[in-house]
Write a protein of this length. Structure first.
Length: 108
């Protein structure tokens, strides 16, 4: 058994969850926020058999998009790291995915 943890942009989450469920996956969604840009994200937890992990990742890849943010709108305390880049865009990838071993899934 594997646990797929996918951190995706909040605006992509509804469609990603819908497509995963159409693919036969059970999904738990939690709201989260990115560390650097402080933008809204969703963290998805998908428990599945090892042989289905690639299918889940393919679905996430097909739906998650890159998003662009203007540096001038980045949270103030984060600006020191990029202060000479004001007004430029940052491109954030579609998803960050972790796959970890899992002993069991219990539905209680």
């Amino acid at each position: 058994m594997k646990l797929v943890i996918a951190i995706i942009n909040k605006s992509d989450s509804k469609l990603v969850v819908k497509e995963l469920m159409k693919g036969g996956f059970l999904v738990t969604k939690m709201s989260s926020a990115g560390g650097f840009l402080k933008v809204g994200t969703s963290t998805l937890f998908i428990g599945t058999h090892a042989e289905r992990v690639e299918k889940a990742i393919d679905i996430i890849k097909s739906v998650s998009k890159e998003h662009k943010y203007v540096i001038g709108k980045v949270v103030t305390e984060q600006r020191s790291a990029i202060e000479n880049e004001n007004g430029k865009e940052i491109v954030v990838g579609g998803a960050t995915v972790f796959v970890v071993e899992m002993e069991q899934i219990l539905k209680i």
